[in-house]
Design a protein around this ligand. Sequence first.
Ligand code: ZN
Length: 442
Amino acid sequence: MTDLLIRNCDILSHPQNRTGFLTNQDIAISGNRISAIESTGHIQSEDAQRVLEARGLLAIPGLINTHAHVPMVLFRGLVEDVPITAWFNDYIWPLESNLTAEDVYWGALLGLAEMIEAGVTHVADHYFYMDQVAQAVERAGMRANLAWAVFGHEGVEVLDQTCQFIERWQGAAGGRITTWLGTHAPYSTGPEFLRLSAERAQEMKVGIHTHVSETAQQVELSLNEHGITPVQMLAETGVLEVPTILAHCLYPSEEDFKLLAGSPCGIAHAPKTYLKLGMGTAPLKKFKEAGIPVGLATDGAVSSNTLDIIEQLRLMVLAQKDAASDSTVMTVAEALDITFHGSAQVMDSARDLGDIQVGKLADIALLRQDGMHTFPRYDPGVGLVYASRAADVHTVICDGKLLMLDGELLTIDKAMVKREVSKRLDRLGERVPGRRIATYPA
Ligand SMILES: [Zn+2]
């Protein structure tokens, strides 16, 4: 029984790091999975509950955002052109002390709406008041891996609270929500807190989503204080023994590569943040050589301004070529492999996501291909990396359900979200001297 038949689309498929492009295909979805892919006309449309005519549209796997702080869209555009220490201590952490649970709910819906419009169907979110984020995800219809961000100064009791959150929401929204631990970063928690987090993750059979080695200074600080790198600290405390999303990891040592290579971790790569904050760029070629998965991420919208994965994809390629002064590094095929397969691996979901194949979960974005900026179209992979825009996204399906159809969001009332966010802005933008949720080490 076919619940949804996407008829006569083109498909960008990407098995084993080889971009394939199929024209005039029908995709049948039964329940939440892809049940058949055939040349147009070979699947009986009379048997389908619903038929979506998709002639001229390009089907790509739903985009995956491997590291975000989605509700930070509430502060979008408030902090620009400042050094990273001031970015945290004078802006982000004072501003975040203004947040209430309800603010986070509306911020999450705003960010989820933006992502659906940009073809993103799965996000790893790392934030506070995560019950509200989970409620927003449930309503939006997206898939999410949710981690409640915690700091060492909150005391180890806070781990009990996040474990309760994990139990409340694990497998919720028909399996679309998974929950992991969200230990903030080695520099903000210290080794003992990391050790306890790893123990809890083992007990609960969940992963950990954390930040690591974002700047050379963080690595230096760790060496001075603990005699080991932040990655070594993750290894020694057991964090790298469970599936782990490592946000950023721009400055791994030679030794760190070996530790990462043998672990079930993946790197979340968010180049727009690195470029804007002048942080440098991650050694993606060396991660690839070491077999360490890398996926794309937006980070929070205060540093990256958008939650647009297509934009991050383009910036990743350009930044890698520029950093190497070599136009041959980060090919189109490699970039697409990171975008789809790599991101699914980082989310520990490569079995179910990252490609349009029979048996995979039905997370699909359909892109228009008739824009002047993508014509002529010799190679849709090249178009996606170097020319496509989020605005080309036409229709979005997650877990077999339509979330956007021909540019219209079906699960979120955009006007209501804008109204709710607008009435909070004056209060949210205030910075009270001395009030902040954490302190970035100078
Ligand atoms: Zn982050």
